[in-house]
Design a protein around this ligand. Structure first.
Ligand code: ATP
Length: 514
């Protein structure tokens, strides 16, 4: 656990030191759970957003984009159920006065069983060596099965109590499990209460005529209320999707864990409208497709897993999360939800406008069903960034800090470095910069010894360094150094564009998501 915490602290300080993420309003001691993306962070975030957008909109002839406003008519949130049901169950510890989400306390307790299972696997791996079959071990070992069963039973009880609004039982469960406050160690808890997560604001100049508005807590509703507009003007035929990225706001009770849980964050959502009765198939299709997309970034299957929901939201008939192994354990990165016709039906009812689709293949009018994929851009950022930050032992006994970001999303694709700051080398380097800048984000650096500049770019996540030396003047060749292998090669300046492109081209990476 201590090792995990150390690694997480390193991630946070590296993000600050290298201009990726800053605490918001830091000069005023910061605003809790709100962050700013700095010079490198904004590029990484933009590239991740674009990588998602291309995979969704550009690669599908039946998915189109949308950019709806953050403010929406207040009735939207009545219809969607957010006014009445967008609550988190909260509980206070009487001694530490700290507030927690009751469901998170219980989930963290259950996560300890996962740790125990992992320990059993490690022990067995050692014992059986090469003949170890992990799948079989997980499916048959009595201790593993016992842990799984206990965890599942706790989650099932919690799911049922929350669904039935039986908050007394949620508290009883916390007490029965002997869960104590992580801060004070005390088991003295208040009752569990519901807390609405929406931020309210006002529209209008004078207090008495102002309208109460909410900052949207999800981008999805902007898509639902525009369903007919997009379907008609785009002449879309079911099945089709609408994709959107944008800010969402939630007054999170427990906002810890850096950019994982913020009060202002960005979502990338796609609502896929389907014929009723086909939603289960589409749900499975999108689950698979979204996992493949994540895997195309190359972080490895061991870092992902599905978590099927026991407790379904009021609008869903099936739901799963893609969880990622963050520095603090497996947690939700993306949600895939089969939302039925709940939202469109509710908007039809509340607006009094007919929201239906005429399906001429079956000659029927209906309210489409919806399968949603919803990923947090900031969580994706944290997943990619934390996994890429590595401390490497080198052959000569030294070590280096390297940020092995997938090259396709790295903020700078190459750094151009003149060996010395004189004798015409900076001019050649700047000329290379001017040639490459039309195709790639590149950076120029002439300060410090070349070795130190290489290390700085490694820590910055730049996939290539291009060194200009005295020989360049004669042969028009430069040394290109690869961040991950540290391999250096002499290549012609004229070939730089194609060498870089082969490794950073979005199309090549997206092809892996097929
Ligand atoms: P959690 O259970 O972690 O609170 P959620 O199930 O409420 O998340 P959804 O409503 O399904 O989340 O939102 C879709 C995605 O938006 C999540 O998978 C996550 O990546 C992202 N997200 C949700 N809340 C936050 C937040 N407070 N900060 C950053 N990202 C968030």
């Amino acid at each position: 656990m201590a090792k995990q915490e150390d690694q997480f602290k390193k991630v946070i300080s590296h993000a600050k030191e290298y201009g990726y993420v800053f605490q918001s309003s830091e000069i005023y001691d910061g605003l809790s759970a709100v962050y700013d993306y700095a010079q490198n962070g904004v590029e990484l975030k933009k590239n991740l957003r674009e990588y998602w957008w291309k995979a969704m909109v550009q690669m599908h002839d039946n998915i189109v984009g949308l950019d709806a406003a953050i403010f929406m008519h207040p009735t939207t949130w009545k219809a969607s159920g957010h006014v009445d049901a967008f609550n988190d169950p909260l509980i206070d510890n009487k001694d530490s006065k700290k507030r927690y989400r009751a469901d998170v306390l219980i989930e963290d307790y259950v996560a300890k069983y996962d740790d125990k299972i992992e320990k059993e696997v490690k022990k067995a791996e050692k014992r059986f060596g090469d003949s170890f079959d992990k799948e079989q071990f997980l499916a048959t070992n009595p201790r593993v099965l016992e842990y799984k069963e206990k965890g599942a039973a706790i989650l099932a009880r919690m799911g049922k109590s929350l669904e039935n609004e039986d908050l007394a039982d949620v508290k009883a469960l916390i007490e029965e499990l002997g869960i104590s406050c992580p801060l004070s160690g005390s088991k003295s808890w208040t009752d569990v209460k519901q807390f609405n997560l929406m931020f309210g604001t006002k529209l209008g100049a004078s207090a008495e005529h102002a309208t109460d508005l909410y900052l949207r807590p999800e981008t999805a509703q902007g898509i639902f209320v525009n369903f007919l507009n997009v379907q008609k003007t785009g002449r879309m035929k079911i099945p089709f999707g609408i994709a959107q990225t944008g800010k969402a706001f939630r007054n999170e009770i427990v906002a810890r864990q850096f950019i994982f849980r913020q009060r202002e964050f960005e979502q990338m959502e796609m609502q896929f409208f389907v014929r009723p009765g086909t939603q289960k198939e589409w749900y499975e299709t999108w689950k698979e497709s979204r996992l493949k997309w994540h895997l195309s970034l190359g972080l490895g299957m061991d870092n992902y897993r599905f978590h099927d929901h026991d407790k379904l939201a009021h609008y869903a008939d099936a739901a799963a999360d893609i969880e990622f192994k963050f520095p603090f354990g497996f947690k939700e990165l993306e949600g895939i939800h089969s939302r039925t016709d709940f939202d469109l039906k509710a908007h039809q009812e509340f607006s009094g406008k007919k929201i239906q689709y005429f399906d001429n293949e079956i000659n029927e009018n209906y309210i489409p069903y919806v399968v949603e994929t919803s990923v947090g851009l900031d969580r994706l950022f944290l997943a990619v960034f934390s996994n890429s930050l590595q401390e490497e032992e080198l052959e000569d006994g030294s070590s280096r800090t390297v940020l092995k970001l997938p090259a396709v999303v790295a903020p700078n694709k190459a750094a151009i470095l003149p060996l010395v700051k004189k004798d015409g080398l900076p001019e050649i380097a700047k000329d290379i910069f001017d040639q490459l800048k039309f195709d790639f984000n590149v950076t120029y650096d002439e300060k410090d010894a070349i070795g130190r500049r290489y290390r700085r770019q490694d820590a910055n996540g730049t996939p290539f360094c291009i060194a200009v030396d005295y020989e360049t003047k004669d042969d028009n060749m430069v040394t290109i150094r690869h961040r991950d292998t540290m391999e250096q090669k002499r290549v012609a300046i004229a070939d730089l564009k194609s060498i870089i492109d082969a490794e950073v081209n979005m199309g090549v990476w997206l092809n892996k998501a097929k």
